[in-house]
Design a protein around this ligand. Structure first.
Ligand code: ZN
Length: 453
């Protein structure tokens, strides 16, 4: 492993190599320096394994990590954990992971040691681990924390690894802290929504939920409905749980988000699950300085940022936003109802005009035919039929016996008008203008195609 004890001092050989490399030394210069510093101690069998106290020997390598190897082939749990850890981190994590680890370790030592915690490299666990955390924090009693700085990619393989790691931590009863590299942060450009990778989602369950925000959500739900908390009308909150997620920048400035999972509304036509685990940000994000990031809250036995309750100002802001959306929605509903009312009135007017137009029949002469015409119907008459009374009388007599009269008693009045007109024709030889369309209407109603002769 990278670590071995010399007398009472912990020697992190790969860290020393990185320091020298960052100062611009070549590999040969680095090798020479480390050899002059430690080679003789190694030959005199003075290095001891931090885990099992067995003798270890210095191994310097340009292509792999510099490390200490056990003499015996029966390596200890720590040594096997180290192999597991290095193969996972080398394969998955970004080079900045090494820098971040050093910062985290310093901060844990400064902030937690004086409260009685023991800070360990994860691979120094006395038991062999399938998943090795960056650091283990052991508290008096049984409580164990794990700290992981996640700089890895979003590849499916890595996300599966993270989920399995989280499962193993949960089974061991660890309280796990995951600090996610902020370059992985994915926010929807227009909405208060962020997308969490499976590994990010899996980290949420290790921290206590935020009761101050959860009770506000319930209050809003009871008052105006939860829809106004979510900006997108197609989405709603899956549950009213508020969880915490911490991202850190390269300089370990933290940003804490309070999030609640989103889903599509049940009444949306598309009931597909929304992809990528979208979460609604509840309230604003919180910036946490490097100095505050690892501050220990003794009363709560956690870091201070875990217990940041909603302030009155933030609470008022959320309520204000919700109220604004609610009122806007109310205004939009009223406006929609008004538009609908206007549209209905317009439609009614049009229907009335059409019905009126249908009542107003016109004669049109065309190619020796006279047409009675309305907006919707046309019917042909032969000129002689206009001059002869008999076919008209036949139609009226048919109408008097027709079933149509039962469903449309208005025709009684039309029959009376026709009979008046027939009298006019008998007396003057002139057929009033309204008679042919009345006859036509009756034929139409009775579905008679031709005037019976
Ligand atoms: Zn050992």
């Amino acid at each position: 492993m990278e670590l071995s004890t010399l007398l009472t001092q912990d020697i992190y050989i790969e860290d020393e190599r990185w320091d020298l490399q960052n100062k611009g030394l070549s590999w040969h210069e680095i090798e020479a320096q480390l050899n002059s510093k430690y080679r003789e101690s190694s030959k005199k069998r003075l290095f001891r394994c931090k885990c099992c106290n067995a003798t270890t020997f210095l191994v310097l390598s340009e292509s792999k990590a510099c490390c200490f190897k056990h003499e015996s082939k029966d390596e200890c749990a720590g040594s096997r954990n180290y192999t597991t850890y290095v193969s996972a981190t080398n394969r998955n994590e970004h080079p900045k992971h090494r820098v971040g680890r050093a910062i985290i370790k310093d901060q844990l030592l400064i902030n937690l040691t004086r409260h009685g915690a023991v800070i360990k490299e994860g691979y120094l666990s006395k038991t062999e681990l399938k998943f090795v955390p960056d650091f283990i924090v052991e508290w008096p009693g049984d409580e164990t924390w794990t700290i992981d700085y996640v700089t890895g990619t979003r590849s499916d393989q890595y996300q599966r690894y993270l989920r399995n790691k989280q499962k193993a931590y949960a089974e061991n009863g660890y309280k796990a802290y995951f600090l996610f590299d902020s370059s992985q942060f994915a926010r929807h450009p227009d909405k208060d929504a962020i997308a969490l990778s499976p590994g990010e989602q899996g980290s949420l369950s290790f921290l206590s939920r935020d009761s101050s925000r959860e009770s506000l959500i319930r209050e809003i739900h009871n008052r105006v409905g939860i829809d106004y908390l979510v900006q997108d009308p197609k989405l709603t909150l899956k549950e009213f749980q508020v969880q915490k997620l911490l991202y850190v920048s390269d300089s370990f400035e933290g940003t804490l988000f309070f999030v609640s999972q989103l889903q599509t509304k049940p009444d949306q036509p598309s009931k597909r699950e929304i992809p990528d685990g979208w979460y609604q940000v509840i309230g604003g994000e919180k910036s946490i300085s490097l100095d505050a990031l690892f501050l220990y809250n003794k009363n709560m036995n956690g870091f201070y940022w875990e217990f940041l309750n909603l302030s009155d100002v933030e609470r008022d802001q959320i309520i204000q936003t919700v109220n604004d959306r609610y009122q806007l929605a109310q205004r939009e509903t009223e406006e929609r109802e008004l538009q609908l009312k206007i549209a209905r009135q317009k439609q009614q007017q049009e229907q009335e005009q059409q019905a009126k137009a249908e009542r107003e029949w016109n004669y049109v002469h065309y190619q020796d035919q006279i047409y009675v015409e309305s907006k919707s119907k046309k019917m042909a008459f032969n000129p002689y039929q206009v001059k002869e009374l008999t076919p008209y009388i036949k139609v009226v007599e048919l109408m008097k016996r027709s079933e149509v009269l039962k469903s449309s008693p208005g025709f009684l009045e039309r029959i009376r008008e026709c009979e008046e007109d027939f009298q006019v024709f008998r007396e003057t030889g002139i057929m009033p203008d309204r008679t042919p369309p009345l006859i036509s209407m009756m034929m139409n109603a009775m579905d008679i195609k031709e005037i019976p002769s």
